[in-house]
Design a protein around this ligand. Structure first.
Ligand code: NAD
Ligand code: IPM
Ligand code: MN
Length: 359
């Protein structure tokens, strides 16, 4: 098949990890006889430096003209000034909103080869397989916000958590559909004991699930308790659906089940148009430029890209198997090496490539 893939490496380790995933995509094209063309775009801090905007129009047009987008990460201390006109993260929020990418799918699977990498006990972690659906274009991230100076010179700022039934229904539906192909259970996470938005979320979830997915088991868990259950009994969860900020926080926490942020990929999907694929981690300024970042999250995001946007299931599985193989042989980047010997970002990319070519 022919496909155009937009590459948006972004900032910090984003550049390092996307380079490795790109090599894998090129190898997929060569091995399976596809024609992938890559078009690069600027997003985040590098885009602010070059154009003054975190998401230049040109990048958006490149993305709209592509079948899928692979993104690294944005942000860094250079652009952290609280009074700056714009921030790198604004580019990420804008691309998600502009492309209607309301569903952020974040699988959390503990590899049997990596149980030692998790700070949690093996019996808790072994066999974990959770699929998060994080709503991505609503909630506190996109509600009305503002800041004003009070008469006494102090300041007040506010953000608004806002959701419509339509926004809740569509993400709940995706979660219900996914559960049907899995263990048929959906956990909805909210704060319905306090937030009006969560009460609407809960009612809408119940209505959609009862009417359209009566065969799927459901439960509600409050966000604070969920933060605890996620690491004390993670095997109780199959599909989890939640609003934007709760999903952001829970999935970073959940990365400690497999053992590192550097292992978790994500897909951001809309009703139509290109999907956007990225690791869940950020630009990691503490290790950027050192060549030690784990590229597996981004390589696995490339596998999700092949599966969801290009419908190349065999190719996606081939990449995932190659990653498993490399981990089974004991190769580790520093984040999962537990102080033992570690390979570089580039070497990890090469190892996966070699394993991919070998099968
Ligand atoms: P981060 O995810 O960048 O890093 C958190 C910790 O995890 C750091 O110690 C980092 O070294 C480690 N880490 C992350 N990815 C790793 C990898 N692939 N391999 C090894 N270690 C890895 O979060 P942060 O430090 O809170 O944020 C840094 C910047 O990234 C901020 O500007 C933030 O806004 C941005 N950010 C961007 C995205 C994105 O682009 N999607 C996501 C999260 C954070
Ligand atoms: C993520 C990030 C972003 C988010 C930031 C950088 C805007 O943390 O992709 O998880 O909060 O969605
Ligand atoms: Mn995040």
């Amino acid at each position: 098949m022919r496909a155009q893939i937009a590459l948006l490496p972004g900032d910090g380790i984003g550049v390092e990890v996307v380079a490795e995933a790109e090599k894998l995509l090129l190898a997929v094209a060569a091995k399976f006889g596809h024609e992938f063309s890559f078009v690069r775009g600027l997003i985040g801090g590098c885009a602010i430096d070059a154009t003054g905007e975190a998401l230049p129009d040109e990048t958006l047009s490149i993305c709209r003209a592509s079948q899928a987008i692979l993104l690294g990460a944005v942000g860094g201390p250079k652009w952290d000034n609280p009074s700056a006109k714009t921030r790198p993260e604004a580019g990420l929020l804008k691309i998600r909103k502009e492309l209607g990418l309301f569903a952020n799918v974040r699988p959390i699977k503990a590899s049997p080869y990596l149980v030692q990498a998790s700070p949690l006990k093996t019996e808790i972690v072994a066999g974990v397989d959770i699929l998060f659906f994080r709503e991505l274009t609503g909630g506190l991230y996109f509600g009305e916000s503002g800041r004003k100076t009070n008469p006494d010179g102090s300041e007040t700022a506010f953000n608004t958590m806002i959701y419509s039934t339509h926004e809740i229904e569509r993400i709940v539906r995706l979660a219900g559909q996914a559960a049907r192909g899995r263990r048929k259970k959906v956990t909805s996470v909210d704060k319905a004991n306090v937030l009006e938005v969560s009460r609407l979320w809960r009612q809408t979830f119940d209505r959609v699930m009862q009417a359209e997915f009566p065969d799927v088991q459901t439960e509600h868990v409050l966000i604070d308790a969920m933060a605890m259950h996620l690491i004390s009994k993670p095997k109780n969860f199959d599909v989890v659906v939640t609003e934007n900020l709760f999903g952001d926080i829970l999935t970073d926490e959940g990365s400690m089940l497999p053992g590192s942020m550097g292992l978790l990929p994500s897909a951001s999907l809309g009703a139509d148009g290109p999907g956007l694929y990225e690791p869940i981690h950020g630009s990691a300024p503490d290790i950027a430029g050192k060549g030690i970042a784990n590229p597996l999250a981004t390589i696995l995001a490339a596998a999700m890209l092949l599966r969801h946007s290009l419908h190349l299931e065999t190719e996606a599985v081939a990449i995932e198997k190659a990653v498993d193989h490399v981990l089974s042989r004991g190769h580790r980047t520093a984040d999962i090496a537990g102080g033992g010997p570690a390979v570089s970002t580039v070497r990890m990319g090469e190892l996966v490539l070699e394993a991919f070519l070998a099968v």
